[in-house]
Design a protein around this ligand. Sequence first.
Ligand SMILES: [Zn+2]
Length: 334
Amino acid sequence: MTDQHLRPSPISATVDFEADGIQHGFLRLPYSRDDSAWGSVMIPITVAKNGEGPTALLTGGNHGDEYEGPIALFDLARNLHPAKVQGRVIIVPAMNYPAFLGAARTSPIDKGNMNRSFPGRPDGTVTEKIADYFQRVLLPLADVVLDFHSGGRTLDFLPFCAAHVLPDKLQEAKAFDFVKAFGAPYSMKMLEIDAVGMYDTAAEEMGKIFITTELGGGGSATAKSAAIAKRGTTNILRHAGILKGEIDVQPTQWLDMPSGDCFAFAEDGGLVEFLIDLGEAVEAGALIARIYPTGRTGAEPIEIHAKMAGMLVARHFPGLIKAGDCCAVLAVAV
Ligand SMILES: [Zn+2]
């Protein structure tokens, strides 16, 4: 996919990825605009390196309104002692930094959705330039990639860590070992609605061990969801052999998304009433939600039924829904 003849990335790092010790710096992306003629987007980055060993690339804020990752990674960046590292940790707490500052899923500069922009372009939009830098500079440095997500402002999830079913079964098995080590309350064999353009896919196609999360949602983090993210990050670094110490083993419920029947989309907008909450089980055909037309009283609601038996693992958030929105996601316990 990557064109050999692409121009170099316009992004320059103020950190040296090969230097031992800990460095806090920036990925500086030139961005000329009304309020800053020769200005830049300054994406915070931390690199901690000590001797030889594997590299973990840890990212949050791929979507700007998902907060567990940024909380865990800003916290890790100030607490990580390079002498305790064996190998290298690269931390980017807010990957789509303009989206993060805008508290939005996509970038306010170009409306770019980072997780639909890979492999990116060095001569593209701001979001595409960031994606290209990850594609051609940061991902090749990594052995293990952990990318944090949550539901953002329009979804809410049961807290889970996830990996994908892959054609390379050894790569897949290693990824699921990392999911287990992360120790979220739920662990998911994840199915994507459309995997094209995702960071996940870019990393996996490069042969990297890639794991991700969905740890909550609604456009904020809770004490519980932030704690899951922090513990999971440490566990991943320990499982990789980058940090010493025992993995803080937690009980987890494994879940599978066996087919597209997992997803239920709204075919019309309105006021949504869920009949079950996250973590509750339904039989196939059961009523999951009603969507009331908001224009008049006396109209019948649209009903959302389960296309398969399963547990509600994600739901629309907050109270109003539009045609085409993802209303509910089911998964099965394994
Ligand atoms: Zn996300």
